[in-house]
Design a protein around this ligand. Structure first.
Ligand SMILES: [Zn+2]
Length: 227
């Protein structure tokens, strides 16, 4: 999967200027390095990821009445009857985020991914549908992660995540750049409302899905350590 497919489309459609796409393309090495750091700290493979050309924004950000940009999210999708979890990095994050922020975000999203696999593989659900919230918009974001210290062996990465996240990502410089260089320039954004913020995956699809066996083994190990 080419992570820049949607961004290239947005450029072709005139929605995003080529200069932004060039900047994003130049910084994909930072994203790749962030993914590799997550993989080496967890010993697990990162799920497929892509760059989202429009900036998702939630009106229910941490500061009431303010717009909260959702710089990255975990998106469960279904592909030929099986759940595939994708990580979405916004073009604004890739263009304007520091290396440290992108590394913290990539690792944080990975903790959501592992949590989602845990929920779906244990079918820890009572209804006949799995309703997943796109957590970055939620106040209780941390409840939808597996604690970084249970997944990562690298102490510096664990403390980087806890420095950058207070439920939501806290990065004033990135928020300002996104405001000035993206939103104020009329680059594409889309509002994520509370309804849009949940995805429903039919139970039959979850049951038919095969998750990364290494992630399942890690989850079993975590579970065993808890007992
Ligand atoms: Zn989160």
């Amino acid at each position: 999967m080419d992570p820049l497919v949607l961004l290239d489309q947005a450029v072709a459609q005139g929605k995003v200027p080529r200069s932004i796409a060039t900047k994003v393309r130049k910084r994909m090495g930072v994203v790749q390095a962030a993914v590799e750091r997550t993989e080496s700290a967890s010993g697990l493979r990162y799920p497929p990821y892509y760059v989202e050309p429009s900036l998702p924004c939630s009106k229910t950000g941490a500061e009431y009445g303010q717009m909260g940009a959702l710089f990255a999210r975990v998106i469960p999708t279904t592909v030929t009857g099986s759940v595939v979890v994708l990580v979405q990095f916004s073009a604004a994050l890739v263009a304007f985020g520091t290396k440290g922020t992108i590394e913290a975000v990539a690792a944080h999203e990975f903790t959501h991914y592992v949590d989602l696999v845990r929920k779906m593989s244990t079918k820890d659900i009572t209804s006949d549908e799995v309703v997943t919230t796109l957590y970055e918009a939620s106040f209780r974001d941390a409840e939808h992660t597996v604690a970084p210290k249970l997944i990562f062996s690298e102490k510096a990465l664990i403390s980087l995540i806890s420095r950058k996240f207070r439920d939501d990502l806290v990065d004033a410089a990135l928020s300002k750049k996104a405001g000035d260089l993206w939103v104020a320039k009329d680059l594409p954004i889309h509002w994520v409302g509370p309804e849009e913020n949940t995805l429903k995956v039919p139970m039959a699809v979850v049951a038919a899905s095969r998750f990364d066996p290494a992630v399942l083994a890690k989850l079993a190990e975590i579970q065993k350590a808890r007992r």
